[in-house]
Design a protein around this ligand. Structure first.
Ligand SMILES: CC(C)(COP(=O)(O)OP(=O)(O)OC[C@H]1O[C@@H](n2cnc3c(N)ncnc32)[C@H](O)[C@@H]1OP(=O)(O)O)[C@@H](O)C(=O)NCCC(=O)NCCS
Length: 213
């Protein structure tokens, strides 16, 4: 079972990889043409993210299809599927579900290391800075956890709202006892709160959110 799967319900299939090679054979021709000429690292991200997504779709019992991207880089899922893709530092993962079961899914993975200087101030509220200063059990870099959660929020939000959401538009509360979090969204839009779970495994901090109908 993937580490990400531990954060998700039975409605969601999560697939992850730390494969070293890119393995071009995994890419569908349409995806290859869409990606175009990019640096090797970006190619690995694209190939492995899509491979994970396709394996997940197959595990849902649905037909695998090429997964291209929309104008805001969002994955264009086959009809009947919702999901999200993440990749970082040689780790890639995707989480997918039937759209009849869930409205949206958001996942993000980050290196469990402090954010570069100055970033925390730009992405956080003072309340969030307080719990970050106190530290979060099981996570090395609480500031990175906040960033990770907010990226997962955006990936959950965007497919539903189809508009931008800023870091200042979400307020995150952590429940260390259950490795879970709640998010209040203050921007106008179709979602006002979200909930999810987090963990740090082998140097990667990850967050996952499921949005019900
Ligand atoms: C889009 C974004 C969330 C990606 O997160 P990241 O940590 O930089 O990168 P990750 O590797 O985890 O995720 C990249 C994947 O996100 C997905 N993604 C990109 N844009 C997306 C969007 N608009 N909606 C949903 N998913 C998106 C893609 O699948 C992408 O991988 P791919 O290009 O290989 O398909 C981030 O770059 C961004 O723009 N953030 C600003 C918005 C934000 O986070 N607001 C905070 C709200 S509280």
């Amino acid at each position: 079972m993937s580490a990400l799967q531990l954060l998700l319900s039975q409605h969601v299939v999560a697939v992850e990889t730390r494969a070293e090679s890119t393995d071009e054979s995994l890419l569908w021709p349409e995806e290859d043409a869409f990606l175009g000429d990019v640096v090797a690292g970006r190619r690995w991200d694209w190939v492995q993210g899509r491979r994970c997504a396709r394996l997940g779709i197959q595990q849902l019992g649905l037909e695998p299809r090429p997964i291209l991207a929309g104008p805001k880089r969002e994955p264009l899922w086959p009809s009947g599927v919702v999901g999200a893709i993440t990749h970082t530092h040689g780790f890639a993962a995707a989480a997918v579900a039937r759209s009849s079961d869930l409205r949206s899914v958001g996942v993000d993975a980050e290196p469990d290391e402090p954010l570069p200087k100055g970033v925390l101030k730009r992405i956080s509220h003072s309340y969030e800075q307080e719990w970050i200063a106190a530290g979060v059990a099981g996570v090395a870099a609480a500031d990175r956890l906040l960033f990770c959660i907010k990226e997962a929020v955006y990936k959950t939000w965007f497919p539903v709202a189809q508009v931008w959401l800023g870091f200042e538009d979400a307020l995150v509360e952590i429940d260390e006892g259950t490795y879970s979090f709640g998010v209040t969204i203050t921007a106008e839009g179709p979602i006002s709160d979200l909930a999810g779970r987090y963990q740090s495994v082998d140097g990667i901090v990850m967050a996952a959110i499921e949005l019900c109908h």
